[in-house]
Design a protein around this ligand. Structure first.
Ligand code: HEM
Length: 120
């Protein structure tokens, strides 16, 4: 149940992020909308909270928990790159966007493998 909620927040955060990137590029005036300013922060907060709740529910700290730290740091990296994506322009925007998507892929692979260094 909690995991499904977590996955729902993951999906909504990703979809909303992609929509905002396209708005930033093609319809920047729409980004001034109050809801589009508040929703991403609220959803990122809920995603984080659901992740933390899952850590306790699954007692994940009692074992090897490097992957949880990796997900946390990854999430902060994703948020930072997301901010750069929305706020910058030109090439910089697309490099940051590509970086944000790569970090997302990393986080998702960490989520499934439960290993921060799954690629080694
Ligand atoms: C962008 C951020 C995040 C993404 C894309 C993401 C993605 C996922 C996915 C795909 C799963 C399902 C894995 C599976 O079914 O095996 C999952 C589960 C989980 N996530 Fe996240 N997550 C994110 C953030 C976080 C954060 C910040 C934490 C902890 C502070 C966290 C903790 C967990 C835990 C404990 C599980 C349950 C693992 C299990 O029961 O198998 N997640 N996450």
């Amino acid at each position: 149940m909690l995991k499904h909620l977590h996955l729902l927040f993951v999906a909504v955060v990703i979809i909303l992020f992609v929509i905002r990137v396209f708005l930033a590029q093609y319809k920047p005036e729409l980004l001034a909308n109050k809801w589009l300013k508040i929703a991403p922060h609220a959803l990122a907060g809920l995603l984080l909270l659901s992740g933390i709740a899952l850590v306790f529910e699954g007692n994940w700290l009692s074992g090897e928990y490097g992957w949880i730290i990796a997900k946390l740091l990854g999430m902060f990296g994703f948020i930072a790159l997301g901010l750069v994506t929305i706020r910058s322009q030109g090439d910089k925007r697309w490099y940051a966007f590509a970086g944000a998507l790569l970090v997302l892929i990393y986080i998702i692979r960490v989520a499934f493998t439960k290993q921060a260094f799954f690629f080694l």
